[in-house]
Design a protein around this ligand. Structure first.
Ligand code: ATP
Length: 367
């Protein structure tokens, strides 16, 4: 029986549990032997109890629950070659030949690296007597399939990542709640939303909550001009009868000199130039908590099934793959292409080539 392990890695996101459940159950239905790896790469390196063969009932209750029951972690040791050799040893000892990782671009990059070094590790382990000749032959290849679990929706080549829809829904609920108290006091609210270096959550939250002003990393305002522009825009809204102001700031927002734009700075500008009573709210971890939306359950379930199919169809020549969704169709693409495109956006921002960054980001979210 083909043995396939699934793990969650990097930051947690709603829908990861649904993805794990889907992989396990589709694997069983297709005659594979599924394993769970606890705490991401940390568990892969520890082995023992952290890698467990599972059955149908072991993933009961996973579909509708947020977070990740098999836990996630960041693991410094896996970044080192010796750490990755430990991972190889644990996989070979159990005869696992396919790994499905639900995580962000860092986790998927790490997995691809493990695969690239696989043969070298197998040879070293064989030479040092840690594994037998038979094990080396049986485990001569490792297949990697990624599913993108991230609230940030920050991977190119897919329209949506698992967790982004739930985080956006949570942001909208929270901002709606702020709007009613803002109205009572005619206040301005400056709200920071998550997303790291990606503005997808902030952009879409701005559309869905009717925000008056928005700062996102892909479209940085000119360093000494944004203050005036923002104030005149907020003034305009008030002059046509609005008694509140809502400004959304992506956590990775920067100006054209790559200086961070912080909520407190925005508040200071509003109070100084407009005199509005202003409050700052950092939404924080509430954005990644709670139950997944219908969309994250659906996306993770369909992608889990596709990931298992990809494992079954894989040949030694197959590249590492990532499962995505484009125009409502589940897709399977080479992992390295997706990572390369994603990294290019960050590179262009560093080079202050914002129009190119925006153009590249359009492959994910701005059309
Ligand atoms: P998120 O988007 O939520 O941050 P992520 O998967 O990008 O998720 P990271 O912290 O970048 O999160 O990566 C998670 C783990 O993956 C790291 O702790 C490390 O073990 C492994 N990893 C990340 N990048 C690499 C890399 N370049 N080489 C080897 N391993 C890596």
């Amino acid at each position: 029986k083909l043995k396939v392990a699934v793990m969650t890695s990097g930051g947690d996101s709603q829908g990861m549990n649904a993805g794990v459940r889907s992989v396990v159950r589709v694997a069983l239905s297709r005659g594979l032997e599924p394993y769970l790896i606890y705490e991401g790469y940390k568990g892969l390196l520890c082995g023992g109890e952290m890698i467990k063969k599972v059955e149908w009932d072991d993933v009961s209750g996973f579909l509708t629950s947020g977070g990740t029951f098999i836990k996630t972690a960041r693991c410094q040791e896996f970044r080192e070659i010796e750490g990755r050799r430990k991972a190889v040893l644990n996989l070979v000892r159990l005869g696992i030949t396919s790994l499905i990782i639900i995580g962000g671009d860092g986790s998927l990059t790490g997995a691809d690296m493990l695969r690239a070094e696989w043969k070298e590790h197998i040879n070293t382990l064989k030479e040092t007597g840690s594994i037998t000749e038979a094990q080396a032959i049986y485990n001569k290849n490792l297949m990697i399939v990624g599913m993108v679990g991230s609230i940030d929706n920050d991977l190119a080549s897919t329209d949506m990542t698992i967790g982004a829809s739930s985080a956006l829904a949570r942001i909208c609920e929270s901002v709606d709640a702020l709007q009613s108290t803002a109205t009572s006091h005619s206040r301005a609210f400056v709200v920071e939303v998550m997303g790291r270096h990606c503005g997808w959550l902030a952009l879409n939250a701005a559309i869905c909550t009717g925000a008056d002003y928005l700062f996102i990393p892909e479209d940085p305002p000119t360093t000494n001009e944004w203050q005036k522009k923002m104030c005149s825009s907020l003034e305009n809204s008030r002059s046509v009868g609005k008694n509140t102001s809502l400004i959304l700031v992506a956590e990775g927002a920067i100006d054209s000199n790559l200086n961070p734009i912080r909520c407190e700075d925005v508040k200071g500008v509003i109070e100084k130039h407009l005199g509005y009573d202003t409050r700052v709210t950092i939404l924080g971890h509430v954005q990644r908590g709670g139950k997944p939306t219908f969309y994250d359950r659906y996306l993770a379930t369909l992608q889990g099934a596709e990931a298992v199919e990809a494992v079954i169809q894989a040949t030694p020549e197959s590249p590492s793959l990532v499962i995505g969704i484009l125009e409502n169709k589940i897709t399977t693409q080479p992992l390295q292409d997706a990572i390369k495109l994603t990294t290019q956006v960050a590179d262009e921002i560093q080079r202050k080539n914002f129009s190119m960054a925006l153009k590249l980001r359009a492959t994910t979210f701005i059309n």
